[in-house]
Design a protein around this ligand. Structure first.
Ligand SMILES: Nc1nc2c(ncn2[C@@H]2O[C@H](COP(=O)(O)OP(=O)(O)OP(=O)(O)O)[C@@H](O)[C@H]2O)c(=O)[nH]1
Ligand SMILES: [Mg+2]
Length: 299
């Protein structure tokens, strides 16, 4: 009797970590093939851990995009760092992403941060479109020698989708044998309300200056799917009284702009017509309010 060849399935958690603004969310969106995470040129764009799942016949990769690693100043940032620490702990593979244009060497800093990590670490030197090949070679040499012994150091450009096949191939190589963790149809762990609030927050990051976007949290109050339209009502909460008139703008002009831009993106995301209502409210000290943070998903 001939023995049938057993088919194996690979699955695991691939966690993307790195300093703010290095391109973690850009990379995750490219790897997943969907715009799950919002991207801006501002640091601390990502506040939550967002999973993006890629399914193949014999594999399931569960990516996690995480907030940039910082030293926290208030409770919300502490919660953001807890997402990062959990991402260290439950990873099967760590993708450490660096901005190759960064002048200051972070090798020692990461050697300290990553010294307890036992799983394979893949170093990705991102934004190679901005430097010469000489810089790329020097940086590869430098990171290959890091004490945490990366399995491989790959130069990439997430923005220009350069070397993405190499990243994918390396991940598959180190992905453990395991049955799928999630339904093979699923794409993410987050719901529509989350993506709607993130799209609104992205427009706020893009349209307002300085600390305004950082004072803001979005609450989707209602989300009603009707036959031909989805009706959404969302609150923009700010922790400062003085920010409210700025957020609204003269005669409501700024809010209208944000609302229009957000609605267009939400319509694309949901593939449906959307009616979006936005309101600005003051909620002092929300960034240090435990109960509020918990309700908003910062555990
Ligand atoms: N030139 C260039 N820019 C890039 C590349 N990848 C990302 N960026 C830009 O870098 C900025 C930050 O990208 P994000 O993906 O939001 O970075 P992040 O690491 O998720 O940032 P946080 O969520 O704030 O920690 C954006 O303006 C991106 O367009 C790249 O390969 N080349
Ligand atoms: Mg991000």
């Amino acid at each position: 009797m001939s023995k049938e060849k057993e088919t194996t399935h690979k699955a695991g958690f691939v966690n993307i970590i790195g300093r703010p603004n290095v391109g973690k969310s850009t990379l995750m969106n490219v790897l997943v093939g969907e715009n799950l995470a919002i991207i801006t040129s501002k640091a601390q764009t990502t506040r939550h851990r967002i999973m993006g799942i890629v399914n193949g016949e014999d594999f399931q990769i569960v990516y996690s995009d995480t907030p940039g690693i910082i030293d926290p100043n208030y409770k919300m940032q502490e919660a953001m760092m807890r997402f990062v620490n959990v991402a260290f702990k439950d990873a099967d593979i760590v993708l450490l992403i660096l901005d190759i244009t960064e002048k200051h060497s972070l090798v020692e800093w990461y050697e300290e941060k990553l010294k307890k990590i036992k799983v394979p670490i893949i170093v990705l030197l991102n934004k190679i479109d901005l430097v010469t090949s000489q810089v790329v070679d020097t940086q590869i040499d430098l990171w290959e020698k890091a004490k945490f012994a990366p399995k491989v150091v790959l130069p990439i450009s997430a923005l220009h989708k350069a070397n993405m096949n190499l990243v994918f191939g390396t991940i598959l190589q180190y992905l453990p044998e395991h049955p799928p963790y999630y339904d093979k149809e699923s794409l993410t762990d987050k719901d529509m309300r989350f993506f709607v609030s993130e799209i609104i927050r992205e427009k706020i990051l893009l349209n307002y200056k300085q600390e305004i976007p950082y004072s803001v949290e979005i609450v989707v109050e209602s989300f009603k799917e009707e036959e031909n339209i989805t009706r959404i009502r969302a609150l923009i909460l700010t922790n400062r009284k003085s920010h409210k008139p700025i957020l609204i703008g003269k005669g409501g002009s700024m809010l209208k702009k944000v609302g229009t831009q957000a609605r267009e993106d939400i319509e694309n995301f949901l593939q449906q017509k959307v009616f979006l209502e936005l309101f600005v409210k003051i909620k002092e000290n929300w960034r240090d309010d435990d109960l509020f943070l918990k309700n908003m998903g910062y555990h």
